[in-house]
Design a protein around this ligand. Structure first.
Ligand code: AMP
Length: 193
């Protein structure tokens, strides 16, 4: 893993625990000599993760749509800030520049980004790991819903298992290093057991 993309909230969340987790993630990415790729904003946990990686001496690339430069406040201190014309361009460039994707606690924007890279992986568009930093159990109910989707046969176990969830940043990144993408197709036959 030379480059990791982090998706996370443009808000801070309700407790210091979320900022602590974002700080730990950014710090560990930098300490492992990995480049951080993220949405380029200073707002919320996005700013926290970027600041922690920069403080740890890491390289940080931010990618932000022009229309959000002022609203999300583009981070002025990044190694490289790329301003793009659309959200689609942002996500495509973040995906191209990264070897794996981690979602930290966040809102609808974070979920949208997570689901897009996961579904691209399911379809075989890429073979990169996708994970969740499950800080303070924030994603427990989402993970339980994924289990429900699998139990109800809308998702294969191999595709459910693509999501690497861990509360510890280093363990999560170790599991990324060991990740092997599934090779099964997305579609489950009616009579398949
Ligand atoms: P949120 O988790 O809602 O705080 O948003 C986190 C990040 O996701 C912010 O940088 C948002 O600009 C971004 N975002 C919001 N909506 C979308 C979207 N449709 N596609 C990609 N990113 C988005």
């Amino acid at each position: 893993m030379r480059s990791i993309c982090v998706f996370c909230g443009s808000n801070f969340g309700a407790g210091e625990v979320y900022s602590d987790a974002a700080r730990a993630m950014g710090g560990r990415i930098a300490a492992r000599g990995v480049r951080l790729v993220y949405g380029g904003a200073k707002a919320g946990l996005m700013g926290v993760v970027a600041d922690a990686a920069l403080e740890g001496g890491g390289e940080v690339v931010g990618i932000i749509p022009r229309a959000l430069v002022e609203r999300e406040i583009a981070h002025p201190g990044l190694t490289d800030l790329r301003i793009v014309e659309s959200m689609h361009e942002r996500k495509a460039l973040m995906a191209d520049l990264s070897d794996g994707f981690v979602a930290l606690p966040g809102g609808a924007g974070t979920m949208e980004e997570l689901f897009e890279v996961w579904t691209w992986g399911q379809l075989g568009y890429h073979r990169k790991p996708v994970g969740l930093l499950n800080a303070a159990g924030y994603f427990d109910r989402l993970l339980a819903f994924f289990d429900h989707q699998m139990a109800e046969r809308f998702m294969r176990p191999a595709h459910r298992d693509m999501i690497v969830a861990d509360s510890d940043p280093d363990r999560l990144l170790d599991r990324f290093d060991a990740y092997v993408a599934p090779t099964v197709t997305k579609w489950i036959g009616r009579d398949e057991r």
